[in-house]
Each structure stands twice: as C-alpha cells, then as structure tokens.
Design a binder for this molecule. Structure first.
Ligand code: ARG
Length: 457
C-alpha cells in the first residue's frame, strides 16, 4: 500500500517497522480533536480563497461524515497509516476522492498534532477540575459532620495534640484547592493555537491563524512557529500538576490505610470500596487506597519520562515527541480514576468517633495544655515545658495519664498548679481553646469550613 508521503520512496518498510513507528494504537483518542482542527483549517482555507468554496464544502462534508462514524466507534484505523492524522486524511480521500488531498494545504502534521494535543488537554483539564471539586465537596461534607469529633493529631507518627477530626480532613481540602488552582492556571498555557506554524517555518499560503484559533476557541496563538511545533511544556505542566495531585491523594490514601488497621480502627471503609482475601476470611483490605498510593509512582514516572524525552531534542519537531502521548493519556486516566474512587471511598467511610474519643483520652497529647497553663500563670515557657515533662515521666512510671495525677503530686513539681488544671487537661478543652486563626478550635474550624464553601461556589 502506498503511503500518503510515498512519492520519494522506492520501497516500503516492512510491517513490523511500520508498527514500531505507529502511534495510531493510542493517538486515536485524539480523533475528535483532529477532525475539529481540520474543519477549522479548511474553513479558513476557503475564507482566504486558498481553496475554492466548492472543494471546501466537499471536504467539510467528508470530515463530518467521519466524525459521525467516529462517534459511533465505526472508524477502522490502520497501522500502515501510522497515526491519527494520516488515518483520517486517508479515510477522507477514500470517501470523497482526490479533492480530500487538498485538506493538508498550508499545514503540517507538526502543527496539526500540537493543535490536537492543545485541544485535547484543554477539555480534559476542565474534567479534572470538576472531579477535584466533587471530591472537595465530599471532604467538606464529612468534615461538617465531625467538627466536634476529637481525634489525636500526630507529628513523627507520635501522638501530638488533640484536634477536631474535621480539621484533619479539611487539610486535604486545601491541598486540593491548590491543585485545582494549578490546573486552572495551566489552562492559560494550554489555550494557545499552534495551527498555522506549518512544519516549523510557517507557510507561503496566505493563511489566517487568528481565524483558525478563533474557530477552535483558542484565546491566542503562538508567536513563533518553531516554538509552536516544539513546545510540549504544557504537557509537562499537566504531568507535574498531576504528580503533585497524586502526592496529596497518596498521603491521604496512606492515612486511610493506617486508620483502617485493627491497631488504629479510626475509620471503617465501606464494603463497596474494600476487597477480601482469597485465603484469610477475616480480611477486609483497603485495596483502592493502596492502588492510588501505588499508581502515584507511575504518574511520577510519566513526568520524568517526558522531561527526559525533551531534554535532548533539538528544535524543532523530532519523532521523539510522539512519546509525549502515552504518558499523558495514562496520567489523565489515572488521576480521573483516582479522584472518582477517592470521593466514593471518603463519602461512604464510617468514622469511628467512639474509638477516636477513647484514643485521645488515653495519651499524653494534652501535655502542651499543661505547659501552656503554667506559662499563662507566669512561668517561662521553657520552664513550663520541663515541669510538664517531669510530670509526664512520673505518669509513665506509674502507668497513668496526666489527668490521673493528684493535685499534690502535681504541686510537687509546681505550686502554680491548682484544681482548675483538670478542666484544662480535657482534650475537648484543648481543642476548643485553640482559637488562633487557622487553628483546630471548633469556632475556627467552623469559620474555615465557611471559607471553604466560598471556594466551591
Ligand atoms: N504521530 C506524530 C506524533 O505524535 C505526529 C507528527 C508527525 N510528524 C512528523 N513529521 N513525523 O508526534
């Protein structure tokens, strides 16, 4: 079979060589964008008098027919036709005859593929943002139910200070808010038209790049044709934003996994988001959370993969760049899937408030309260820290907690301690009193949630 570019060639490659070079196996996902780009291009060719209107109409008709077939999944792609661009062009020529060969006037696959990628990501980034928001909404709703659920907060995986469980959940809300912001800001760099850059130097035809950009809904065009066909920054940026999003999801997944162990039992995942073991009947495994944590590795890999592809490519287009696609498709699918699963997992999980409450009553996470109490009574904080530390040590030796010490035992370390200390040592009081802005105090958490709601409007 002759290639669309076959004129210069005396013999054709063997099929396994074709197969190695082909991208149709994955870039067929760009079919709608490819047809859309071609429709805009040919419309412009007509408007500029580069092609007669009659030819333009035929080509448009053909492209629309192909689009209908694509929607129904009826297009048959061939590896010999290498990629989505040549497949569609070949199908067009088969459908409407040699006039179809006029479509590629003043255009190259280099600006064409870049255009498709920009169009594709522009749409998909909006989907990502929508799913992030849906997940944020669920986190917020869960948080609202647990403002007064007291839980241990950790540093170094050691009990640190009591917190409102809502406060912990809301930390992820804000990480996702920044992720959303990053994806939204990246749209500015995705929303640029490379179409009309040609192979790399522009074209001799009197094309109108602003017109095609307008037809495709791009708000600006690349100023330099060489940059236009070489730039994959916008894909790197997408992969980087995705990597950071996955970092957040992975940290959260890690907590979900820890919280659902027998040792912690802070939450229970719904059966519909857990799996059993083929041998151990008692098991209920947090597979989905583990998978999200695991998939994060591949998403990072896709970022490093593309950066590495680009670092050694001279201007302008090099076939290396075809390698931008699989990682991008894979990352997109992974983040969309992970966000959807995570949303469901959090929405359906049960928070074991009783267990959280027990946990926070049987630890030393109220030690800071005692130190702050002494400091409020005039003792320098460093001294207060030491006194409290000694009391903690006393407790450890006796196998009790701070609240179990008698007033006399406390007074042995400091005369400043009075009966009112017992109120201060209550974890509820510890949370309630943390009223600094952004702190875990109930009132602050309520305010925080109100602010968060504004972000979702
Ligand atoms: N399949 C190619 C890609 O994805 C399309 C551009 C090919 N251009 C070229 N001159 N070979 O990068």
């Amino acid at each position: 079979m002759t290639k669309l570019w076959g004129g210069r060639f005396q013999k054709s490659a063997e099929s396994w060589v074709d197969e190695f070079g082909a991208s149709i196996g994955f870039d067929q996902q760009l079919v709608m964008e490819d047809i859309e780009g071609s429709l805009a291009h040919v419309t412009m060719l007509g408007a500029q008098g580069i092609l007669p209107q009659e030819d333009v109409e035929k080509i448009k008709w053909g492209l629309n027919e192909l689009r209908k077939k694509a929607e129904k999944g009826e297009l048959e792609y061939k590896v010999e036709n290498e990629d989505i661009h040549l497949n569609i062009e070949k199908m067009l020529i088969d459908l409407i005859g040699p006039v179809g060969g006029k479509l590629h006037t003043g255009r190259s696959r280099n600006d064409q593929v870049a255009t498709d990628m920009h169009l594709f990501l522009k749409k998909r980034v909006k989907e990502v943002v929508e799913l992030i928001e849906a997940f944020q909404k669920t986190i917020l709703e869960k948080a609202e139910q647990h403002i007064e659920t007291i839980a241990p907060g950790y540093t170094h995986m050691q009990r640190a200070q009591p917190i409102s469980f809502a406060h912990h959940l809301m930390a992820y809300f804000w990480m996702l808010e920044r992720d959303k912001e990053r994806f939204n800001q990246s749209l500015e760099r995705i929303d640029i038209s490379p179409l009309g850059a040609g192979a790399m130097a522009g074209t001799t035809f009197p094309i109108d790049r602003e017109m095609t950009a307008g037809l495709l809904g791009f708000s600006k065009i690349y100023e330099n044709s060489m940059d236009a066909v070489s730039d994959r920054d916008f894909i790197v940026e997408f992969l980087a934003n995705s990597a950071l999003l996955m970092t957040h999801l992975s940290r959260f997944a890690e907590e979900i996994i820890i919280w659902s162990t027998d040792e912690f039992k802070f939450i229970e995942l719904d059966d519909s988001f857990s799996t059993g073991s083929s041998i151990m009947p008692q098991k209920k495994n947090p597979d989905m959370a583990e998978l999200i944590r695991g998939k994060t590795g591949r998403v990072y890999g896709n970022l490093i993969g593309l950066l590495t592809v680009l670092k050694g490519t001279p201007l302008t287009y090099n076939k290396d760049m075809q390698e931008d696609k699989e990682g991008m498709f894979d990352t997109l699918q992974t983040i969309l899937g992970s966000l959807k699963i995570f949303e469901g997992m959090v929405r359906t999980m049960t928070v074991n408030t009783k267990r959280l409450n027990e946990a926070v009553h049987s630890d030393f996470s109220n030690a800071t309260e005692l130190a702050d109490y002494l400091a409020t009574k005039g003792m320098p904080f460093r001294k207060a820290h030491e006194v409290t530390g000694k009391l903690v040590f006393k407790c450890i030796q006796k196998g009790i907690y701070l609240k179990d010490l008698t007033l006399e035992e406390m007074k042995e370390e400091s005369e400043l301690i009075d009966e009112d200390v017992y109120e201060v040592l209550k974890p509820e009081a510890a949370v309630a009193r943390r009223l600094s802005q952004g702190g875990t105090g109930f009132e602050q958490v309520r305010k925080q949630i109100e602010k968060a709601k504004e972000c979702l409007k």
